[in-house]
Design a protein. Sequence first.
Length: 243
Amino acid sequence: MTDPTQPKPRRDFLIKSLVGAAGAASASLPLTGKAQAANGQPAAPAAAAEAPAGYEWLRPGEQAFVEALVNHMCPADQYTPNGVDMGLNIYFDRALAGNWGQGDRLYLQGPFRQGSANQGYQLAMTPAALFRAGTEGLADYCQATFKKPFDALPSEAREQLLKDLQAGKIALPNGVPAKPYFAQLLQMFYEAMFSDPIYGGNRDKMAWKMIGYPGVNTTNKLNIVKFKNKPYRTQPVGIADLS
């Protein structure tokens, strides 16, 4: 986490940490419409249907927490709007409500013992259960410490609280370990930011446009060869665009 009064370094961190994994061809924003045609580049895909708005699984208090969290971790700037306007909160809701969140492929028969750091996730909880219990514990901690919920805290307090969660310095009242809980929140944030918009986040492919990622375009390899040693900026394509 970085200084919340300086949103650009955080955004730069996201770009640097994920541009390689995303396979971005350019860090520039894509050309669109007539500009693409004039440069001989692929035309923009037809607009895809957006994921329906509204919550399916998150409770009201959890909704307020997630909205505050994604807005803090993705503040509005010249590159993108804030996290809620990008739909990151909707990704959290859909992921926790779905098969992954409900632990459909997670082994939960035990035995459950304290594992070492390199053994990965060892808790007897589904991702949704960890989120719910951790968020309840964090709400109780905020009330006892600050006399107000996370979403009502000033930015500086939120920042320090998240740093302390990440470092495992906070003991949540209900016994949920802070580090695994924060690790899940951070992983879900990354996924919400850069996953295909069909899953609720990355609305209008804003994050892909920010890093120059072309999406699931199967002809991307051929286009890269075609534009060798030339700028290659294309409108990103999502799953819904090809369905």
